[in-house]
Design a protein around this ligand. Structure first.
Ligand SMILES: Cc1ncc(COP(=O)(O)O)c(C=O)c1O
Length: 419
């Protein structure tokens, strides 16, 4: 018998199959209205344009597109990205960009180049579940920092830093991981003031800021806020972008923007991981951008998701019982919103009741490195149809009301038994 426990690395031994992903399997049943996934609406995928551009690429440069490519990525694509990002308020150059196999790989590579086991990553509370997985796989210690409707609380962040330094962890403090635009899972956007405070703290304590921003281009209302990357020039910020939510997640294509020194190091890590990101999808995407299709696609997605977000917010307003402590965020963009339940409720218990009523969400614990977000959950509005959003919210509201009556009833019974 092979003793794998002895043979696996420490990092591998620390990896766990997500209990929450197991829980989510049930949400794929066809009769369930799922607000659980973070999937784009598949009916909006630009299948015809991709077909047209793919034919063109195969015809024109098939022999190059199907070959290995440079680890850095296709220069033509990066030139298009420089233009695209300038419109987003981020000025950069081709040498500061590394094309990656979408943001999840970016997270893995960043973790790989910065983290020793037990190094500290400060994360928002709540934070992205895939970020938790990536940092966890390098044995990082994740320290959640409280957030409010303007994003992470700078004074709480500094308090944590000071405490850790006092306890002798100075050299292990490395990264601040932040999703500043329409955060996954909360839908919240970090205000400009908070972005600046965050940078001041990062500078004071010599930390790197990872700005992960897959939803930045999906703003449905309000004014855009400057990317953190554009607010400083010392090379302390790394920005992660992806085509997953604005084009097609199936392409597995994204890009990292950072100082040349950091990009150089990440290139080395990427070489060991996969040599290069698919030159074929890069060529298609370059041509897709060059023809101006991405702009049209983003416009289409924004119109569709804006409507769905408004329907979800209206439905919540209309259907939810009035309970003290029950509230939800009102995002300006993105794919998600975050519901906070009264403190006496547990979103895992409620999940079972919701499934009985054939509606699903992701429990709050999934978005906390120590699974401590008991009375909250995430709702996605990009995937379900408007009709399903209305019906699903109604079912959810019923589940919450019944759960509440049950808790209250139980308390009453307890009071009778123990007067
Ligand atoms: C905050 C955040 N980062 C990274 C990712 C990973 O996206 P991808 O690897 O498809 O680019 C997601 C996906 O939902 C996300 O929400």
């Amino acid at each position: 018998m092979i003793n794998l426990e002895k043979l696996f690395s420490k990092n591998a031994l620390g990896m766990k199959r997500s209990e929450i992903r197991e829980l989510l399997k049930v949400t794929r049943r066809p009769e369930i209205i799922s607000f659980a996934g973070g999937l784009p609406a598949p009916e909006l995928f630009p299948v015809e344009e991709v077909k047209e551009v793919t034919d063109y690429i195969l015809e024109k440069e098939g022999k190059i597109a199907l070959q290995y490519g440079p680890t850095e990525g296709d220069t033509r694509l990066k030139e298009e990205l420089v233009k695209h990002m300038e419109e987003e308020g981020l000025k950069t150059e081709v040498e500061n960009i590394l094309v990656v196999s979408a943001s999840q790989q970016a997270l893995d590579l960043v973790a790989k180049v910065f983290l020793n086991r037990k190094d500290v990553v400060f994360v928002e509370e709540p934070t992205y579940v895939g970020g938790i997985q990536a940092f966890n796989s390098y044995g990082a210690r994740m320290v959640p920092v409280k957030s409010d409707e303007d994003g992470i609380l700078p004074e709480e962040l500094e308090k944590s830093i000071v405490e850790l330094i006092k306890n002798g962890f100075r050299s292990q403090l490395k990264l601040i991981y932040i999703i500043p635009d329409f955060q996954n899972p909360s839908g919240i956007t970090t205000s400009l003031e908070r972005r600046k405070s965050l940078l001041e703290i990062a500078e004071k304590y010599d930390l790197i800021v990872i700005e992960d921003t897959p939803y930045r281009q999906l703003r449905y209302r309000g004014e855009t806020v400057a990317p953190i990357y554009s607010l400083e020039n010392s090379g302390r910020v790394i920005s992660l972008f992806t085509f997953s939510k604005i084009f097609a997640p199936g392409f597995r294509l994204g890009w990292i923007v950072g100082s040349k020194e950091i990009i150089e190091k990440i290139i080395m890590a990427k070489q060991a991981a996969d040599l290069c990101t698919s030159p074929f999808t890069q060529s298609i995407t370059y041509e897709y951008l060059r023809r101006g299709y991405l702009k049209k696609q983003i416009k289409l997605i924004k119109e569709n998701y804006k409507e769905k977000m408004e329907i979800m917010l209206e439905s919540l307003e209309k259907e939810m019982p009035s309970l003290e402590g029950l509230k939800w965020t009102k995002p300006d963009g993105g794919l998600f919103l975050w519901v906070t339940l009264p403190e006496y409720m547990d979103s895992r218990e409620l999940f079972l009741k919701a499934i009985d009523k054939k509606v699903a969400y992701v429990v709050g614990d999934a978005f906390h490195p120590q699974a401590k977000m008991k009375n909250a959950f995430r709702l996605n509005f990009s995937y379900p149809s408007p009709k399903k959003i209305r019906e699903g919210v109604k079912r959810l509201a019923d589940a919450i009301s019944e759960y509440n009556d049950e808790i209250k009833g139980k308390k009453l019974k307890d009071a009778v038994i123990f007067p």
